[in-house]
Write a protein that binds this ligand. Sequence first.
Ligand code: PHE
Length: 456
Amino acid sequence: MSTEKSNPSFTSKLGLIMAAAGSAVGLGNIWKFPYIAGENGGGAFLIIYLICVLVFGLPLLMTEFLIGKKSGKSAFGAFQAIRNNNRWQWLSWCCMLTAIIIMGFYFVVTGWCFHYAVAAIMHSFKGLDTTAFYAHFSHFVNNGGAMFGYSVLAVALTAGVLWFDVNKGIERLSKILMPLLLLMMVLMAGRVLMLPDSNIGMKFFFQADFSKITPGVVLAAMGQCFFSLSIGMGAIITYGAYMPKTQNITATALQVVVLDTLVAVLAGIIIFPAVFAFGVDPSEGPELVFVVLPGVFEQMSFSWLSSVLFFGLLCIAAVTSTISLMEVAVAFITEASATHKHPLNRHKAVLVVSAIVLVMVVFNVLSLTDKGTWLFFQGKSFFDWADTISANILMPVNAFAMALFVGWWLNKNEVHHEIGKKSGWQHWICASYLPLVRYLIPLAIMAIFLNGLGIL
Ligand code: PHE
């Protein structure tokens, strides 16, 4: 009798879709997307972003699902299992490195969300105006102890979910939280659209001014697309390995892309009308959600309900993403240690990853406070660098390599076997898949890089 436990897997197709959508939908959609769109011209950015989602997002999501499903392995063993050699092992390590860098700052921002959700529930913001919110935010971001405390809470909660087997923890929770999140967002959007002059914000968000588009905007849109869809760090490979064998990759990837984009657009619909209705500058940057929005809520009727709803949904979105980020590392370590003398089981791996993450969190937190001036490089904090390097460099580079891996190192029949030549609408996606991952995506990523760096 084999003593080996069977590979972890999700028990239903819906569970996988909800978990993958949970990974994709996160702070990237609700915190980052609106402020990056606000800084880069609103509607014009939205159009470039949507093009990136179609050209890069969908095919690359299919690529990661394919690698995971075909190999049945985590980011650690997937490339090796498919090619039967370890020439691509560096890519596995790059995925792990990216996951660790992202977790470091992502858990800090998740901590901010927790803090704001708690404050919203206790109604501690009652009557404050935007200036007071600025003061509150900069005080909080300078208070290393509180920030660290909330980040530890986020790490502990995530580790708690991962403690269970994937079908009991991740799958069950995602099936409850994702529909709840969507419902909350639709309610919020409806609420905001009833504000007077909400059409000004809608115009800003949906009307494109193409003079705003520069190479930097295109690079930002591409980075945002990778980050938002969790592409280029093995999160989707890891979930792909848990995919039921009968599940269709194309349809699943499309569903995740649609859900993720829908939530980003809904976030824009919630934030811009509110921001314009109260005369705030939409290009506020990262503070948009934490400073501007609570100020706006305080001026609205039902302010308590609005801010509890909003920060509640921000926490849900963040946690379903931290779960997938941590799962990448947990699955990686479990698999990597399996052939060693002292293999780590899931529980031990969760503890090891939590410890690594906490160390990263300390650096990120410190770099935001007065004590962290030594963590500034070229005028940017460690925290800012972690964000920029992961989304705009590491994820595109990893995704570039994954596209080449499937496009050139797998034979066509293997790819067709997984992606198939489906009929109907899926036919077009399947037919364009290989030309995209072989030529267009690698060339486009390279061009955008060189262009963004001012070389091209
Ligand atoms: N996609 C998540 C978001 O939009 C972030 C994330 C990146 C999660 C990579 C997992 C892996 O917030």
